[in-house]
Write a protein that binds this ligand. Structure first.
Ligand code: ACM
Length: 257
């Protein structure tokens, strides 16, 4: 069995150190093999100026946030996936890191949402997966979910779990992610934040879904918290729907655009 945890926090805008400390104190209440944290979990989201974004954007390779996440992953023998504004030369990406004791990989958000287009460069990493403790994990960030190609690409690349750091403000993702699970036969773990920030209200409801589209856990719409459950990742390797149909083998690619 493999334990997945989702963290649902209420970050204070631009208070990075305090937000990281608070996230760790919530995560210390349980044990997981893989923790998924929200998009921009330590900075807040609703930026109004490029100056604000620049003041909290960090490089991945030697940045404070990646460093603290790496130490935590090492100490707790786990992987952590978490969203942060990434500084890369003159560019800033809406990124998520996949951190283990001895490695850090980065995914840069493919589909930018709303005002993000003013402040962030469109992601250029594409979708990828990597193995941790024998389980293939992929990631996408928040609004990426609205494009079924994101989860489909990750699944075709072998993802058994799709980690989904989010700062959801629209109402549809919690139900929609059940469909992403079902149509790809994968587990998904959406970590969202709660609270209001400069006129935006985040919907919480962080959740974990199964390859059958079942809701395995869902947190509240308003309170910070964690949820950890044990899953059997092998269930995501079975793409058969019945004796005659296999979700991937039955695809008719020549008819798709
Ligand atoms: C979003 O992509 N943060 C809605």
């Amino acid at each position: 069995m493999f334990r997945i945890g989702v963290l649902q926090n209420h970050p204070r805008f631009l208070k990075v150190r305090e937000n990281i400390a608070e996230a760790f104190s919530l995560m210390e209440k349980s044990r997981a093999d893989l923790w998924v944290l929200p998009e921009f979990f330590a900075t807040g989201y609703n930026f109004k100026t490029q100056k604000e974004v620049s003041s909290v954007a960090e490089p991945i390779s030697n940045g404070m946030t990646s460093g603290l996440l790496s130490s935590w992953a090492k100490k707790n023998d786990c992987a952590v996936i978490a969203g942060l504004p990434e500084k890369w030369g003159a560019k800033i990406y809406n990124s998520a890191v996949f951190v283990t004791a001895d490695s850090v990989s980065v995914y840069r958000k493919t589909h930018l949402f709303g005002a993000e287009k003013k402040f962030f460069s469109p992601g250029n990493t594409g979708f990828w997966t990597r193995s941790f403790k024998g389980v293939q994990v992929g990631l996408m960030i928040c609004f990426d979910w609205f494009f079924p190609e994101s989860a489909r690409t990750l699944s075709l690349k072998g993802a058994q779990i799709i980690a989904h750091p989010a700062n959801l403000v629209l109402p549809w993702a919690p139900e929609g992610m059940k469909i992403r699970s079902l149509e790809n036969r994968v587990f998904t773990a959406t970590a969202n934040r709660v609270g209001a920030e400069r006129g935006l209200r985040y919907i919480g409801s962080s959740q974990i879904t199964s390859p059958k589209g079942e809701l395995l856990s869902r947190l509240s719409g308003t309170r910070a918290g964690i949820s950890v459950i044990a899953i059997d990742p092998a269930k995501a390797l079975d793409k058969k729907i019945n004796k005659a149909n296999d979700l991937f083998k039955d695809r008719r690619e020549k008819f798709y655009v």
